[in-house]
Write a protein that binds this ligand. Sequence first.
Ligand code: PLP
Length: 423
Amino acid sequence: MHAVVTLPGMDSLLPLSARTDGGALSIGGVAATALAEEFGTPLVAYCAETLRSQARAYTGLDRHSLVVYGAKAFANVTLLQLFAAEGLGADVSTLGELEFALRAAVQPERIVFHGNNKSDAELSAAAAHDLLVVLDSGEEVDRAAAAGVRRALIRLTPGIEAETHRSIQTAHAQSKFGLDAGQALVAAAAAKERLKLEGVHVHVGSQLTHVDASLAAVDGLLDFCARARDELDWVPSIVDLGGGLGVQHVHGEPVPDVTSFAGAVVSRFRERWHEPARLILEPGRSLVGRAGVTLYTVGATKQSGGIHYAAVDGGMSDNPRPQLYAARYEPVLANRTGDRPEGIFRIAGKHCESGDVLVDAAQLPRPRRGDLLAIPATGAYTLAMASTYNSVPRPAAVLVDGGSARLIRRREGVGDLLAFEVA
Ligand SMILES: Cc1ncc(COP(=O)(O)O)c(C=O)c1O
């Protein structure tokens, strides 16, 4: 069931279970104000209904596919467990993410291990659990084989510039990831002698709002597969098509849904490649982005040079995306959703940097000290990229479902930060 949200345009930004009846935002049947009171702010609230619905949209695409959650979007044991219950595995790219997936009891045969610079310890851990390892460079073939890796894919970089922020393009000609077709053929020839080379992988970038680059990547991958069949007498039994689907952050921003994006990518591959192949899909952002809403308490308000500021109790430490990718957001006052907008306000964080701005120009009722500000579509690459700048401890996260909320990541305290000090 879709949200009954009375704020124009917000229904596609907020999680599926969001409601704004009675002038207040609720998620998963719990009032945002109650969440803030019980767990404090800043707080990231995840909607279980949205997480499950997105997972099911992916698992419904192709009977012969494995969907793995790109854990980098937010490595969290509870979310990994929720996705595992929906039949998903995990895409991990460090020892740390692997430990999260194992703690969540994700089955090792459903874990894909990535990384452009895997350490020996990471290769050994992948080997110990017999994970599917994505080989990212020519020199990694020997290192992986020596570490005992048995099953591998080769990462192809088809030279495609996806339409997204430069920092999250991954398949362009000068990318640090993967191998171009010529290099990948050489590496594949070596890999098939040293271990079980099961297939090929491609991932063009993240926060993609058009499917074209991903379709072009499939075409590049198909050319590679045809060459590998002819030149190496090798046919992939697994084809990993990566992730990349974006999330809508402001209304009016066109973002395809799972079927029209990932479904189109899968169909392109199936229509043009007729050998049997198991597909892997690796969505991260599109599984968790819309599910998460960050709640902040408004503090200082002021006018400066014609700009109306409202400062909140978090900022670039819990969400660095505005600084890293010029990300835009559209906040709401969660305790006053029925109030009419009264102007344009800049939402600043509490950090010692003028660039610490979460939202440059938000149309809102005039924020007052103590108001609860909610920023939708902040479930992906926010807490996952959080820092403790200014010795500000990182926020907590909760999962809301069917009228109750459960802590899924506890709030850090200054004591946690001091525990690293040696004096
Ligand atoms: C190899 C790989 N797979 C999957 C993902 C997940 O991408 P997204 O979160 O955009 O779906 C990433 C992230 O960029 C990645 O590097």
